[in-house]
Design a protein around this ligand. Structure first.
Ligand code: GRF
Length: 188
């Protein structure tokens, strides 16, 4: 996807805290970065992550609408900004097959488990309950099935006896902040 004279344009969809967004913005500012975060869209107007977009003068929109309308509006904006890659980062909604087809750009997501294990929510609690020795995070392409697209990369961490869902979440979030920029670099 490398472009000759310009950087790859990335949009990020969020719903909440936005620590992955913040981290991607930080990485995009490195001199060697091949991408720019050009656009942020949230489906929640109170998402803290929107503040990182504002602080960094990145165009941002909150579209608090049901999926069909959300997707219609978001698609228009993605096209308007000529976005090359869409990153989902804590975006709590499943995109429709039609949206995925119509965007015609790669869509990737970060998930807090070693996929295909532990799709869906509450992954840390479930990893501990299942007595897994390891958990981690996965960056994957998005298709219309939940957490099921082709895997780009995974990073794993040991689950210690003393780990709770909170300590594990903290460890894995740190890994996520390494994995997402690395995955983007890998596919560009
Ligand atoms: C992350 O754990 C990510 O893996 C999951 O949602 C969380 C989002 O965190 N999909 P943040 O909003 O990026 O801080």
């Amino acid at each position: 996807m490398e472009k000759l004279n310009s950087k790859v344009k990335v949009a990020v969809f969020i719903s909440g805290r936005g620590s992955n967004l913040k981290n991607l913005i930080k990485h995009s500012k490195l001199k060697k970065s091949k991408y720019l975060i050009n656009l942020v869209i949230s489906n929640k107007s109170e998402a803290k992550g929107l503040l990182y977009a504002k602080k960094n003068n990145i165009k941002n929109f909150s579209i608090e609408k049901k999926t069909l309308i959300f997707e219609k509006k978001a698609l228009k904006i993605l096209k308007k900004f000529k976005i090359d890659i869409l990153c989902l980062a804590g975006f709590m909604r499943i995109l429709s097959a039609e949206f995925i087809r119509k965007t015609k750009i790669p869509i990737i997501n970060i998930h807090p488990s070693l996929l295909p294990k532990l799709k869906g929510l509450n992954t840390h609690e479930r990893a501990i309950k299942a007595k897994y020795k390891y958990s981690g995070c996965t960056v994957h392409y998005v298709n219309s099935k939940l957490d099921s697209g082709k895997i780009i990369l995974r990073k794993k961490v040991k689950i210690l006896k003393k780990d709770t869902k909170y300590t594990l979440a903290k460890k894995i979030l740190k890994l996520e902040h390494i994995a997402y920029p690395e995955a983007l670099k890998k596919i560009i």
